[in-house]
Design a protein around this ligand. Structure first.
Ligand SMILES: [Ca+2]
Length: 371
């Protein structure tokens, strides 16, 4: 349905290893372990449209896991994009903000907040991350971490203090149904999504998104999260939209812990030790990507954030700038949190820890507009 309009991903600088991984990824199909033949044709097509970009994201990303060198690529498309940018203004759909609960937590915390944020931020990157406890950190001030609070107005927040809010979130992507095996919950102040086999014995993708319920163009977007470990796990935080046959996409965090011991994305035990922000101007038009080396992202909560300006995107890890690119994207985008399988993380198997204790755990999701 949408897929027919897609070009193949550009094969710039594709190594044989990358091609091998692309082949594996295409064999895997993305949704389940061995033979995902049950999907309807339309589902597969639409799914492919996205996995094309995901596969491409992998091929770019895999090329340089250890070096940290940016493959910012030809930022030439930037200028051509400006034309399309102007057509999209629907930034007005800022509705669900009021429906999200955490207003109560706001009031308690605001007293301790905004003045301290400026001093406590960017330099403290890795060492200051919350302790390795399994419970989500307490809610702090609702200002972008490390940014000047007065420059922003909060437009969206879910602190996950009051259960799963179906008024804001879907539990499946638009081209898939909701798998009946419930591998997600909201408890102890966090959204948790974990690897699980369904009734047919297959691992399956779980997507939590605001498609049709919340969109935003530009601003600041932040989550605090702890990542799962093991083969196949591919947690992500992204902004996305499907507009006709276009697929604008901003991956704020994607991790691939399962590709192999010490793959550059993980340690010897398949704990994630890197992630990548990636910009897709469209499904096959890479806007830029960078691999960020980190401590074990499954051991503690960290903040992953994006400042999205009309002609620039800046990505942050625990308040520290880790990557920026001069790109122009102006579409309304919805927020996605998901645990999928595949790409550079390989396919899950019996070694993949299942169940809630190996969750992609999100303490909060927040978004702000520029004042
Ligand atoms: Ca929380």
């Amino acid at each position: 349905m949408f897929n027919q309009h897609y070009k193949r991903p550009t094969l710039r600088a594709v190594s044989s290893a990358t091609l091998a991984m692309m082949f594996l990824a295409s064999c895997g199909g993305g949704s389940s372990g061995t033979d995902a033949t049950t999907d309807a044709a339309a589902t597969t097509l639409a799914s492919n449209a996205i996995s094309e970009s995901k596969k491409a994201s992998k091929q770019v990303v895999v090329a340089s896991p250890t070096t940290d060198t940016t493959t910012t690529t030809t930022t030439t498309p930037t200028t051509t994009d400006t034309t399309t940018t102007t057509t999209t203004t629907p930034t007005t759909t800022t509705t669900p903000t009021t429906t999200t609960a955490p207003t109560t937590t706001d009031t308690t915390t605001t007293t301790t907040a905004p003045t301290t944020t400026t001093t406590t931020s960017p330099t403290t990157t890795t060492t200051t991350s919350p302790t390795t406890s399994t419970t989500a950190p307490a809610t702090t001030a609702l200002a972008p971490y490390g940014q000047t609070a007065t420059a922003y107005t909060l437009t969206f927040s879910d602190e996950f203090e009051n259960g799963f809010n179906g008024g804001v979130w879907n539990d499946h992507i638009w081209y898939e149904g909701s798998n009946a095996t419930k591998n997600y919950t909201v408890e102890n102040g966090a959204l948790k999504i974990w690897p699980q086999r369904d009734a047919s014995g297959q691992f399956f993708n779980r997507t939590i998104d605001t498609d049709g319920k919340y969109y935003q163009t530009y601003g600041y977007f932040e989550i605090e999260a702890k990542l799962p470990i093991g083969k196949g796990t591919w947690p992500a935080f992204w902004l996305f939209n499907h507009i006709g046959d276009r697929r604008p996409e901003i991956d704020i965090m994607e991790a691939y812990a399962g590709g192999g011991p010490n793959s550059g994305w993980s340690d010897a035990n398949l704990h994630p030790t890197a992630y990548a922000p990636t910009i897709w101007l469209d499904a096959s038009r890479l806007g830029g990507t960078k691999t960020i080396q980190t401590p074990d992202l499954s051991a503690a909560f960290h903040k992953y954030a994006l400042k999205w300006e009309p002609n620039k995107m800046t990505f942050y890890f625990d308040g520290k700038e880790v990557y920026s690119a001069n790109v122009s994207m102006g579409d309304p985008m919805y927020i996605m949190l998901d645990l999928w399988y595949g790409s550079a993380s390989g396919q899950p198997d019996n070694t993949t820890p299942t169940g809630k204790t190996n969750s992609y755990e999100v303490n909060y999701v927040r978004a702000w507009k520029f004042k």
